[in-house]
Design a protein around this ligand. Sequence first.
Ligand SMILES: *Cc1c(COP(=O)(O)O)cnc(C)c1O
Length: 410
Amino acid sequence: MTKIYPQLDIPNTLAAGPGPGNTDPRVLERFAASGVADHMQKDVLRGMIEAKEMLRELWGTKNVYTYGVAGTGFSGLDCVLSLILPGDKVVAFPNGTFSGIDSLTIRMKASTAEELAADSLNPKPKSVTIVETPHGKSVTGEIVEKALAAAKPMWAFMAHWETGSGRVNDLKGFNDACLKHGVMGIVDAVSSLGVGDFNIDDYPGVVAWASCPQKGVLSLPLTYAPVSFTDKAIEMVKKRGCRTYVNHPILDARHWGIIDGKDVPTPAYHQTHSCYAVAAFHEALRIILGYGRRRKATDYVYHEKALRQAVEAMGCEVTSNMPSLVVCNLPGKLRGKEKDLVANARAQGFGIWPTLSEPVQVRIGILNQLSPEQIGEIVSRFADAMLAMGAEFDKQKVMNGLKSYYAKAA
Ligand SMILES: *Cc1c(COP(=O)(O)O)cnc(C)c1O
């Protein structure tokens, strides 16, 4: 007998974690309102070319090889990390869950066949040096400088903002050390693009960047992971090749109208792109650019401060310094109950997160929640979750504190 399940209904939740963020209704509207059109239809191709140009604007770069890789953040990271070939000397600077996974990808890509076979799911190639910075701490320019001076690698890798621990790393220090030691930098900018105010072209030591659709860019309906490569990175790929077809930095770019290092008006087929995804991604970029990158960055900093003060008033200790995310330890009495608190909140449609690697902490995010009302809702729901677990504080006092923060600022 064939089993056919009932129609799948998914409720609306408040995404108050590190990502995905709450997709703008305008993005969903463009997704749903697109006609059926194939991946070579002229408006789909025009949309991809316009999205590529808006992406360069958002990311502050003249890099021709700037476009979207179909999929999630790790799809874009797979594309940029495919620059690394077996035996390449790499130094990676993880400081939390995601840069830890990126470092695993790097170890897989840099392994020789023998090194990969020796421990295929967790290889430890001789050519890769992993410089760990503890969870809750930022990677500093000094750490990078010292390691690059000692190892003299071909590549260096760092996350711009490590979402696992909520830490901003020293991009300028990383860039300067790469330039000084003639190293090609690769950066995971998954959680900073669309939240922070920075220009790729101010960091020439970084030759490849990867981001994602669903954090600052706010285009979850499975769309595109932005990537950007300098000409130097593309020259390396041309000369040495890389071991992927679908995420190939040069071949993938063809469908975005980037061929032989130049923008061309007629893209070439690479894979079947979705007209729905193109329309959604295009709208998401229009929204951020319309809002203004600098204004958005300022708003994130302003509202993160409000949330931070409110959770501190509930007795939590904040260890993060990221503008879109608060990572905190619960007050003494609730220690060890982080996962229960998060599970209870999620059961009520309030999507906060624990950390995904040790130590266990709570993560509360504000992606696309940039108003006093929306922050008030997050604070109120978090307060309820805390009180339900037995925390002791006066919720009214916390809410009043939040109100006076906004009153003072206004
Ligand atoms: C979220 C995140 C990723 C992974 O992105 P996916 O969209 O889940 O593939 C990688 N790196 C960082 C820094 C992230 O925040």
